[in-house]
Design a protein around this ligand. Structure first.
Ligand code: NAP
Length: 269
């Protein structure tokens, strides 16, 4: 029997209060993590997600400490304060899931430059900053058989040039993120940290629901598996990448999309 688990591990998920980040937090809580740290901008969302994760742990007979702190990680000073607070409460970090992200869609003529900057700031620059801040805690993990992990929440869109709604900054940010993951995988491998990217296809969430309303049917029709992603699809992939068994997997971009990137929906421009 192969048991993919994260027993006793400490994990941090940015944007862990809803959507894909919450799925990641839930998977880690249910599969043995001893501490899960989540963050997002809204204090109320942080409180609610903490309560829900604690309830999930209790209902499933798991013991997991949930630390939930609000911060806008795209604001350098807030990211630094967040790091300082977390470092007071944990002494090592086994898993960093850089998940928080945002998108903006509009045709070229109506697309503000400020929107491209905002998306790149959160989806790429803030990820770089978060990794920079938390590397000392990731390096506290000394097991060669079970190194610490950085998981970047990229997108299958980083593998194609398909853009049906003018998400210029988003596509560039995710392509940049997947590249950052490969670059860091090479640099961090000997520091006992592996770096891999998840590349989800379309999963219903606050971020994707607008696009899914317009193009959801077409996405289902052209997806080789004829459906959108569900939380278990992402949770299984995340758990594998964070498990001891994946300690030799480094620098990959793993599509979790039913094969959609091989049959992209045609751009309308
Ligand atoms: N859904 C999809 O189909 C899909 C596909 C491929 C990749 N992804 C990627 O998956 C990640 C999560 O997306 P999602 O669909 O789950 O989106 P979502 O439902 O909008 O969740 C985004 C999360 O990030 C937090 N967040 C946003 N801005 C932040 C900031 N500046 N600082 C800290 N936290 C922030 C949000 O909470 P607050 O609002 O409280 O800050 C929320 O917890 C993103 O990186 C996205 O690009 C999603």
């Amino acid at each position: 029997m192969v048991d993919f688990n994260v027993n006793g591990k400490t994990a941090l998920i940015t944007g862990g209060t809803r959507g894909l980040g919450y799925y990641c937090a839930e998977a880690l809580v249910l599969n043995g993590a001893s501490t899960v740290v989540i963050t997002s901008r809204k204090a109320k969302a942080c409180e609610e997600a903490k309560k829900n994760l604690e309830q999930t742990a209790k209902e499933n007979g798991k013991t997991c400490r949930i630390i939930s702190l609000p911060a806008d990680i795209a604001v350098e000073q807030q990211a630094e304060q967040f790091y300082q607070e977390v470092a007071k409460q944990i002494d090592k970090l086994d898993i960093l899931v850089a998940n928080a992200g945002a998108s903006w869609g509009a045709g070229l003529e109506d697309h503000p430059v400020s929107a491209v900057k905002k998306v790149l700031d959160l989806n790429l620059v803030a990820v770089f900053h978060t990794i920079k801040l938390f590397t000392p805690l990731l390096e506290k993990v000394t097991s060669q058989e079970d190194p610490s992990r950085i998981i970047l929440m990229s997108s299958v869109i980083s593998l194609t040039t398909n853009d049906s709604v003018g998400t210029y900054g988003y596509l560039a940010s995710k392509a940049g993120l997947s590249h950052l993951g490969k670059n860091l995988a090479v640099q961090f491998g000997h520091r006992n940290i592996t770096v891999n990217s998840l590349a989800p296809g379309f999963f219903p969430s606050k971020m994707s629901n607008g696009l899914l309303e317009v193009a959801g049917d077409m996405m289902v029709a052209t997806n080789p598996r004829h459906r959108l992603g569900v939380k278990e699809d992402l949770q299984g992939a995340l758990l594998y990448l964070c498990s001891k068994q994946a300690n030799y997997i480094n620098g990959i971009v793993l599509p979790v999309d039913g094969g959609a990137h091989l049959n992209p929906v045609g751009a309308k421009f």
